[in-house]
Write a protein that binds this ligand. Sequence first.
Ligand code: ZN
Length: 470
Amino acid sequence: MKWHFLGGANQVTGSKHLLVTDQARILFDCGLFQGRRKESEDINRNLGFNPAGVDAMVLSHAHIDHCGNIPTLARNGYRNPIHATTATADLLPIMLRDSARIQEADAAYLNQKTNRRGLPPIIPLYTVEDAEAAIQLIQPHKYAEELLLPGGIRLTHVDAGHILGAALARLEIPRQGGPPLRVALTFDLGRKNLPLLHDPVQIRDVDIVISESTYGDRDHLDARHEGEDLRLAVNRALARGGKVMIPTFALGRAQEIIYLLAELREQNAIPDVPVYLDSPMAQAISRVFEFNLSYLDEDYHDLRSRIGSVMTAPWLRYTETVDESKAITSSSEPSIVLAASGMCEHGRILHHLKHGIENPANQVLLVGYQAVHTLGRRLQNKEPIVRIFGDEFEVRAEVETLGSFSAHADRNELFDYIQGTGAKYVFLVHGEQSQREAFATRLRDRLGIPVELPNNGDIVDLAQLPIPSK
Ligand SMILES: [Zn+2]
């Protein structure tokens, strides 16, 4: 009963785990590794196992670091089911097609150079065709529905409270001469009180937890502050006649902001200015939210019963074409603009920043994680001059970071959750080393149980762990 930590063990990207028993091989997640080009190339092309020999795949959620390398599986012969929640099944085609288009475009761009030098052409990691093949394999399920996987392995998904459709998994793995081994997989764990989503559902009575540890050494502000923080920031910019530019991830944060703006408008807590969602992908995802209402919480349903469909509210303007997008960038009327990408690395947000960043009335509102070496991080660090499309711009707009926004549990929420599982053995993955080490110390000190920090490539025989029976 071997657990292979194949990816996303000692970093927060490229999540990938393989369970190998005498009867079956089950893959958990197949995320895209995102980092420097050469390193990413090697890691994403070499899966570390033969996909044709895998009996089933289980997907936790539709974030690209968990699902983005699934087309590579299909490209290399994987033809078995991909089990996911119904909402994840609706999101996955949007995410994989978009990722495949980016892979194809990147290869085409690089081939302009290689062609000139007479070098062999660069083959994309995967194509839209590979993504389509993978999409055919998805098998949707509801939370709490017990699945019988190959090898007699039982799996139940519960709500992770992380993004739409995200699931934590409870596994029962048969073992000879004893009761099944019970394992909880908590990647990624969300938070209580997030807008739109239900709180994470507690998994209980397991032997082992394999958990994310993204914020193993950090505390977040209460998620209930999000609306108030947004109200204060937006009003400040609109009062001076400025535009509010919000770089946002297309999945999750965009819909969260729309929901909060809908609430604030209903309470007359912010002015009636136009709100633009300038991201075709975020628009497609917002529609998926409206098809999956059972995944959304009471507050969302209450608001919806008062104002109608939140994601297609009349004041919310979806821009489809580049020309429509350009019309917003050139207009100086006070407005709120949401556009991708979330870290200002590419996408339409760059055009808005280019036109708006030198106006001191405007505001850039950062509502998500900004990785090092991104334009978003440079803005967050208050660098006075930034480069956009190769030109230098003076940052005269106000830049504000709203710290209450996060879809990941902080160290207290992670600790409480793991304690609630009753686990006797813990593996921490999906965290930078400093975050994992700090959190491991906390767990060992307070719960007195073994905590391991596996590296990518490590293999552990779960059946041989010294787990005391009750
Ligand atoms: Zn995630």
